[in-house]
Design a protein around this ligand. Sequence first.
Ligand code: NDP
Ligand code: MG
Length: 387
Amino acid sequence: MFCKKISILGVTGSIGQSASDVILSAPEYFDVQVVSAGSNAQKLAQEAIRLKAKKAVIADERKCEELKSLLSGTNIEAHAGDEALEALAGEPCDLVLAAIVGFAGLRPILSALKNGINVAIANKEPLVAAGALVMETARKSGAKILPVDSEHNAIFQCLEDHNRAAIDKIILTASGGPFLDWDIKDINAATIEQAINHPNWSMGRKISVDSASMMNKALEIIEAHYLFDMPADKIDVVIHPQSVIHSMVSYHDGSVLAQMGASDMRTPVAYALSWPERIKTPGQTLDIKSLSKLTFLPPDLDKFPALRFAYTALESGQNAQITLNAANEEAVDLFLREQISFGKIAKIIENALLWADKEAPNKDIKTVDDIEEFNNNVRSFVTKSIL
Ligand code: NDP
Ligand code: MG
């Protein structure tokens, strides 16, 4: 039996809650060190107490006193601010679960990896914007990156112990989201409630909107490129509305390996947390006999141009990848604040990619400071362009 010292970044979110469930159903395997949140002090304190964490850190400094008072009378230390979060993410432990949403998770991930700590990564945006830096930081320190995203977790399972040179393609499955059968006019005018109403998965708001626009799959193509060191032409996407097969790897002898499971993130979270072992999870199990059919179809790139953007960004390089992610984060934020229509999201991203191609095709972006600065420039460009 193992017992891992584990820190959970983004414990109050959807993935964070899946992780709490997994840990609380098998507490003998985990010793929780640090837990973090963005601004929800109440829920952070509650999770820190439930998980018997040693330290809790909230990114929003204005919530510092509230967190301290919620944790008074416990032995749990309270910390606040981005710098504290970055420092605590790098404190010695066996595994950090990266489950912050968006680019904001980049520095904490780098902090853990620099210190040689293995990272179970759900937080895909830093891999899209800074994939080369993230992977290089892990390589240098010898830290391992364990994919949590269900597709990448599936591929990770299908790749283990197999000959990488024999891989023909990795095939990411996509449910198609809530708008799979809608026509373009209705998609463009979709409301927030319609966009976040995912047919198979219950997730945070940002990734739910990304799933509706298929930007989630676009981000996942780039995520797969970095995680598995795969060229763009070996990464395929297929629509599979039932979300039973979480992804596949096809080998050059004709074998196709698939990983299946219920649409429950507790399964990939548990595998990433317990790897290389497997633990029982409180999640749903797949009832194979109840499946009447599994269907597959090609994605419609006219209705969902996001996938095209991902391949373009992979071909263009890092500046385009930062742009794709930053423009999307800003556009989704604007949509969720009812400033723009759903249809405008794709237009904003396309426009930002054209701008980056003209403005910064050869801009030398290497360090985390460079990446952060360019990320901020893209976001300001987007806000100015919609005024
Ligand atoms: P949620 O919005 O549910 O949770 C986000 C978490 O990040 C919360 O703990 C939130 O804290 C914290 N947070 C938000 N902003 C900041 C910030 N600026 N600094 C520090 N912490 C912050 O997101 P999800 O759990 O859905 O997604 C998390 C990541 O995992 C995303 O990158 C997503 O793409 C990826 N993912 C999610 C899946 C899912 O099923 N949900 C599946 C596969 C990947 P607070 O509660 O205080 O706001
Ligand atoms: Mg996914």
